[in-house]
Design a binder for this molecule. Structure first.
Ligand SMILES: *[C@@H]1O[C@H](CO)[C@@H](O)[C@H](O)[C@H]1NC(C)=O
Ligand SMILES: *[C@@H]1O[C@H](CO)[C@@H](O)[C@H](O)[C@H]1NC(C)=O
Ligand SMILES: *[C@@H]1O[C@H](CO)[C@@H](O)[C@H](O)[C@H]1NC(C)=O
Ligand SMILES: *[C@@H]1O[C@H](CO)[C@@H](O)[C@H](O)[C@H]1NC(C)=O
Ligand SMILES: *[C@@H]1O[C@H](CO)[C@@H](O)[C@H](O)[C@H]1NC(C)=O
Ligand SMILES: *[C@@H]1O[C@H](CO)[C@@H](O)[C@H](O)[C@H]1NC(C)=O
Ligand SMILES: *[C@@H]1O[C@H](CO)[C@@H](O)[C@H](O)[C@H]1NC(C)=O
Length: 926
């Protein structure tokens, strides 16, 4: 244990050295010249460093006439065996990167066959590299969100030739394009096509034109099945005028300054997408770089064979990126694409100009592989021996190929069954990590310099063979070894062990060799001479006494803690019962399942569903209408946890929060009961089935916003501890009979587990409403709710969903981007819901500007919810003023005075009453 701790700093040092190998020209750039020997800076200003810390593989020099860049004159190649060979790179967790691996064969080994091998990213199979031409660079790119401080890129499974690599390039992204939300925990994006249209030259655009060194391929490159079937009338155009690419991860200006236009009304292209059919992230980039006449319009549609829905949406650059030289990037977060990808942009009949296209990106979703079970344990172990060659193999211990000294079981999740570290110069105590490998069957640690006692292996119940011979181990042979039911062989000869061989071991059917341990004897009180093994020395009697004493104490020592444990458990359960008695049971009525079944008529009418579960309509015996929510994934909830959460919930009361009426936990179901809200969700009123005609008017929308914001303010400021909703959205704002709004689903984030990976389990929310800062940094504050509320305000203004829906044929577009584009360019009218007719533009502008403040990328720059309430109330005042022009303004004044008292933070009576009651109950809990 101590050993591990002490050695950790060396491990970090080792990683730092890797990092230092490149003095980055951009933060987060690492450019490895595999097989190289010196640092150098290339002609575009990238700093390359050699991979000379790699212990495996060999360097080769190659010479290829068509490729003279220095990083391509060297490579590193590896044996064609069953092992994997890994590069480990240091990254910053929760940061997005591009990694690019390139391969230029150059016939380095004069083989008769071209190499074919696999490349993996950690445990994930990334690609199979198939070389088919000695003089052409093969390249693979992956976009990933780092979840650990290091990544490993491994070569393995050579099915022909020898695996090799020319360069490895790591590029750090800055912002949030390529943000794929929850998917990002399950998928990587494998870059398939990144095309710059309209260039005359074959040369790609990359660093320094693209600050992130993405490589934008020219559409002029001639390759088989690459951008063929070009429509007649396609013309390349370009401009030198600056194009606004201010949002930093959009294609660089140089890419946007060129485009193709379909003079005859169409643009068509066909290209092969390797690895498809599959699901893709596909975006198109447009900027109007032609001078259009005042009466000109450019409107067109995307036509994909077999995807008629997509053609419903009209692309209109001027409308979405008003002004000249601004970028518009509609795209699809998840679209199914074929291997042979043909697409056409066709102008609409009322458009005067043909379609235009500046750039395109297609990335394939690559599902992340599950790592093996013992990764953390093995990471701690290799960290402790970081300077040893065997500890530097890198990557997952089992996948895609196991480390040379490890054997793994295969299904379903690989785990380690055998460790062979004989004669590897291990010293110090036996690392405890070995005792944590629950699937371990064989352990070979013989012929090292291990010292100290033999640890307790009861955590490895499957152990069959243990080789510890020829070390310097001392202490006893633990009797726990006798409890290993599957143990068949135990070799401990030639150590410094002492004491008695536990009788359990002697009686078992176990091959046991303990010779060469001068002080180790058989247990039992029979004739001394029989138990003493050759070489017993003077200290024997003392040792014997010590051993006996130890044995007498042992059983006692064992019994006492278990008794105490039982006692403590008893206490704990008593305490639990009484806590529940005090709080949950008293505060929130507990319904029986049969009551709920009666009330809902056996869950007859489903009225909603969401991340937390399905909601049913019900009516209690007294006639009260209720909404019954059955929590999803409740199996992960302990009874106690559930009750604690419920007791907290039951103390939150506010007139703008949906009232919690009780709960039920029975039959494996966790159920929450709420008041029924007659008018459904705000979402339904904005864009759902309830939108008849014009939907709700502007002043009503403002009142709803005010109600909801007050509910949130209460959660943020009126509750102790403060409650962050985490999942605010129009679906969670419910409307009662009088169209007053209440917030629902508060306090549920702890109750429901989305069951996703360790990375996402902390981040909760809904795509479109999720605070990017919270997502990136996992730092949750009340400002994350403010972000979501900002999105809701934008929805109220525009009547649009936060992410327009692909299946309805619309392009995927985030409302925040869209709003910024309009509001910042002064075209707020273009953003306002067309169904709204009566509104004061002043109040509209006020809300729009506040909404944009709420969706600032940094939480610290967003207003508090109380400030937002003030703005909404001011907007209401403006509207009311407009309604009653000419009337006395006394009403207005009194409204104002109410607002200012609210701004001072005093909460209304309803709220402050419960403020104190919460304080009290929390004190009871703790
Ligand atoms: C490359 O540059 C880094 C940083 O300056 C330096 O630490 C390293 O020793 C250099 N390596 C070689 C091979 O010159
Ligand atoms: C590759 O070339 C470099 C410089 O020309 C030389 O020092 C090195 O020995 C060569 N390596 C091999 C493996 O031939
Ligand atoms: C090795 O590559 C071959 C051919 O590409 C493939 O069929 C096989 O599944 C791969 N083996 C592993 C363990 O990935
Ligand atoms: C464009 O269309 C017109 C009319 O359909 C045709 O005459 C002309 O040849 C076309 N131009 C090209 C370049 O195909
Ligand atoms: C990265 O983001 C920071 C802060 O948002 C910005 O100042 C910087 O210019 C960005 N870098 C690039 C290359 O876009
Ligand atoms: C894309 O959609 C398909 C089908 O709807 C789904 O199975 C798949 O998981 C989605 N992929 C991603 C990355 O969301
Ligand atoms: C026990 O180990 C010793 C020393 O390695 C060896 O000489 C002896 O043959 C072993 N005995 C058995 C029964 O394996």
């Amino acid at each position: 244990m101590g050993n591990v701790r002490i050695l950790f700093p060396f491990f970090s040092l080792y990683i730092l050295l890797l990092m230092d190998a490149s003095i980055a020209q951009m933060p987060g750039f690492i450019s490895l010249d595999c097989g190289g020997s010196e640092n150098f800076t290339d002609e575009i200003g990238l700093n390359w460093s050699p991979d000379n810390y790699m212990l495996s593989g060999k360097r080769a020099n190659i010479s290829v006439a068509s490729e003279t860049r220095r990083q391509y004159t060297t490579l590193r190649y590896f044996p064609a065996d069953n092992n994997k060979y890994c590069y480990t790179l240091n990254v910053v967790s929760r940061t997005r990167y591009l990694i690019r691996a390139t391969f230029l064969y150059g016939d380095f080994n004069n083989y008769k066959e071209y190499p074919k091998f696999d490349i993996s990213f950690g445990p994930t199979h990334w690609a199979t590299i198939v070389i088919s031409d000695a003089n052409t660079i093969e390249s693979q790119e992956l976009i990933f969100l780092a979840t650990d401080p290091t990544i490993s890129i491994c070569l393995s499974n050579a099915t022909s030739g020898q695996p090799f690599i020319s360069t490895l390039e790591l590029r750090q992204f800055n912002g949030s394009i390529y943000f794929i939300n929850y998917y990002e925990n399950q998928f990587f994006l494998s870059v398939l096509a990144r095309i710059n249209f309209g260039t005359e030259s074959d040369a790609p655009v990359r660093y320094p034109d693209d600050p992130f060194d993405r490589i934008w391929q020219s559409d002029s490159v001639k390759k088989a099945n690459y951008l063929v079937d070009v429509a007649p009338g396609t013309e390349k155009i370009s401009t030198r005028m600056p194009v606004d690419v201010s949002r930093d991860e959009r294609p660089p200006e140089k890419v946007m300054q060129t485009a193709v236009v379909g003079r005859n009304g169409s643009l068509t292209y066909r290209l092969n997408l390797d690895g498809f059919p599959g699901f893709a992230w596909a975006f198109f980039y447009f900027a109007e770089i032609e001078d259009l006449g005042p009466s000109d319009t450019r409107k067109f549609r995307l036509v994909l064979p077999g995807n008629p829905d997509l053609s419903k949406a009209v692309i209109n650059i001027q409308e979405n990126a008003p002004g000249k030289y601004r970028q518009y990037e509609p795209g699809y977060y998840n679209i199914s694409l074929p291997f042979v990808f043909s697409f056409r942009f066709g102008k609409t009949s009322d458009s005067t100009m043909g379609p235009l296209l500046n750039a395109m990106e297609i990335n394939k979703y690559l599902r992340k592989g599950d790592g093996s079970a013992d990764v953390p344990t093995l990471a701690a172990l290799t960290a402790a021996y970081s300077s040893a060659e065997w500890a530097q193999e890198g990557g997952d211990p089992c996948l895609p190929a196991p480390w040379s000294w490890v054997e793994c079981s295969s299904d379903p999740q690989p785990s380690i069954v055998s460790i062979k570290l004989s004669g590897k110069n291990l010293s110090g105590p036996i690392p405890v990590e070995f005792t944590k490998l629950s699937g371990l069957v064989e352990l070979w640690l013989d012929s090292n310099s291990l010292s100290g006692p033999i640890p307790d292996f009861s955590g490895c119940p499957n152990l069959k063979t243990i080789h510890l011979e020829d070390n310097h181990l001392n202490g006893n042979l633990p009797s726990s070894l006798a409890d290993l039911r599957n143990l068949r062989e135990l070799y401990v000869q030639n150590n410094l062990l002492s004491g008695k061989v536990p009788s359990g071991l002697l009686n078992k059917d176990v091959v046991l060799n303990y010779t060469g341990n001068t002080d180790l004897r058989k247990e039992g009180n029979g004739g001394k001479h029989r138990n003493i093994i050759i070489g017993l020395t003077v200290g024997a009697t003392v040792l014997l006494v010590a051993a006996v004493t130890f044995c007498i104490l042992m059983p006692k020592g064992k019994k006492t803690p278990s008794k105490r444990g039982k006692f403590l458990r008893g206490l704990a359960s008593q305490k639990l019962v009484s806590t529940l008695g005090d709080t949950a049971a008293e505060a929130a009525p507990c319904f029986t399942l049969s009551e709920i079944e009666d009330a809902t008529n056996n869950f007859e009418r489903e009225i909603g569903s969401g991340g937390f579960g399905v909601v049913y309509y019900g009516r209690l015996k007294d006639g009260k209408e209720i909404a019954v929510k059955i929590l999803a994934n409740d199996s992960s909830q302990g009874q106690r946890e559930f009750s604690n959460e419920v007791s907290l919930l039951s103390r939150i009361h506010h007139r703008n929060l949906v009232e919690f009426l009780g709960y039920c936990q029975e039959d494996g179901k966790s159920i929450l009961v709420y008041e029924f809200m007659h008018n459904g969700t705000l979402k339904e009123h904005l864009c759902g089935p309830l939108t008849h005609g014009q939907g709700i008017n502007w002043i009503k929308r403002l009142e709803i916003a005010e109600d909801a914001a007050k509910g949130i303010e209460y959660l943020h400021r009126g509750c102790v501890p403060r409650i962050i909703h985490r999942d605010l959205k129009t679906r969670n704002i419910l409307l009662d009979k009088d169209m007053r709004a209440k917030v629902s689903d508060f306090g549920l984030s702890k109750l429901a587990d989305d069951g996703a990976t360790h990375v996402s389990s902390a981040v909760k929310g809904t795509f479109g409403y999720l605070d990017p800062e919270y997502y990136m940094l996992q730092r949750l504050t009340d400002k994350s709710d403010v972000y979501s509320f900002g999105v809701i305000l934008l929805e109220l203004i525009s009547g649009q969903e936060p992410i327009s829906n692909e299946s309805s044929g619309m392009y995927c577009r985030h409302i925040v981007e869209w709003a910024k584009m309009h509001i910042e360019s002064g075209d707020i009218e273009g953003f306002i819901d067309r169904r709204l007719h009566e509104y004061d533009i002043q109040s509209m502008r006020k809300i729009a500007e506040k909404a944009l403040m709420c969706v600032q990328p940094r939480g610290s720059m967003r207003p508090s919810i109380s400030e937002v309430i003030k703005e909404i109330q001011d907007a209401i005042t403006i509207e009311k003023g407009a309604e009653t022009v000419g009337e006395g303004s006394s009403d207005e004044i009194s409204r104002h005075s109410v607002h200012s008292s609210l701004n001072l933070g005093s909460l209304d009576f309803d709220a402050s009453e419960h403020y104190s009651s919460i304080d009290d109950s929390i004190a009871i809990d703790s």
